[in-house]
Design a protein around this ligand. Structure first.
Ligand code: UDP
Ligand code: MN
Length: 236
């Protein structure tokens, strides 16, 4: 049977936040049986963002706040927010497939369709990154794992992007150690996290559909302005 999707999205005030979230909300509005867990990087949620989310809630959401430890905020972007969302899922005992969906990436609906079938930790490819423009597992002609396609730190056990994996929330209930850790080097966040989720690469699945076709792209949106005009706070 198809699973509910639990989508975890760290977000914070930057010039491209509203346009990024507009695109994301419109995408997620096509889905049913999904919970969008947004976590503001701050002491409290942003009232303009909350108002905008509420005015046309095309997707069920919760909007929480968790502030980043200041000394790490450029190297471990989104870490405290993702942990806060994992705590929320544990606390509310939410069942479903967990996916870390940053606020600025591009998501084809085919991604979510494929994620419904996730039964174990599952890995796939992400476009727009790496020397070849895509990163993640490559499969052989029988659909078995062949090699990692990656240019960044290829020695990592799971050399993949944050957007390259999903897993059922039952893993969280069984293992309290599953969380992102500050002591990890910034560039090792994914592999360190995944190693706590599943130590044996034999116990992971590779989603052929999301490897044959890239359905999620890592994107960096570039603002045209360098600052908000005064008194235009609602652009946030
Ligand atoms: N983010 C955050 N606080 C920050 C920087 C980033 O919550 O200080 C969020 C951001 O909104 C995004 C995720 O963390 O959902 C990853 O950040 P970003 O897109 O800047 O990183 P990159 O795409 O370069 O990995
Ligand atoms: Mn990003």
């Amino acid at each position: 049977s198809d699973s509910r999707l639990l989508l975890i999205t760290p977000t914070y005030e930057r010039l491209t936040r509203r346009p990024d979230l507009i695109k994301m909300k419109n995408t997620l509005g096509h889905l049913s049986d999904v919970l969008w867990i947004l976590i503001e990087d701050g002491k409290s949620i942003d009232p303009y963002t909350e108002e905008w989310l509420r005015e046309d809630p095309v997707v069920p959401f919760v909007y929480l706040a968790a502030e980043t430890h200041v000394q790490f905020n450029r190297t471990h972007r989104g870490l405290d927010q993702r942990n806060a969302a994992l705590d929320y899922i544990r606390d509310k005992k939410l069942h479903g497939v967990i996916y870390f969906a940053d606020d600025d990436n591009a998501y084809d609906l085919g991604l979510f369709k494929a994620l419904r079938g996730v039964r174990r930790l599952s890995l796939f490819d992400v476009g727009g990154i790496g020397r070849s423009g895509v990163e993640g597992p490559a499969l052989d002609k029988d659909g078995a794992f062949a090699r990692w396609v990656t240019s960044y730190a290829p020695g990592r056990r799971y050399p993949v992007d944050m957007a390259a994996f999903a897993f059922p929330s039952t893993y969280l209930f069984k293992n309290p150690d599953i969380r992102f850790k500050w002591e990890t080097h910034g560039g090792q966040m994914e592999t360190a996290f995944l190693t706590t989720v599943e130590k044996d690469p034999k116990n992971i699945d590779f989603i052929q559909e999301l490897i044959d076709h890239v359905r999620v792209f890592h994107v960096k949106t570039k603002p045209i302005r360098t600052s908000y005009p005064k008194d235009w706070a609602s652009l946030r």
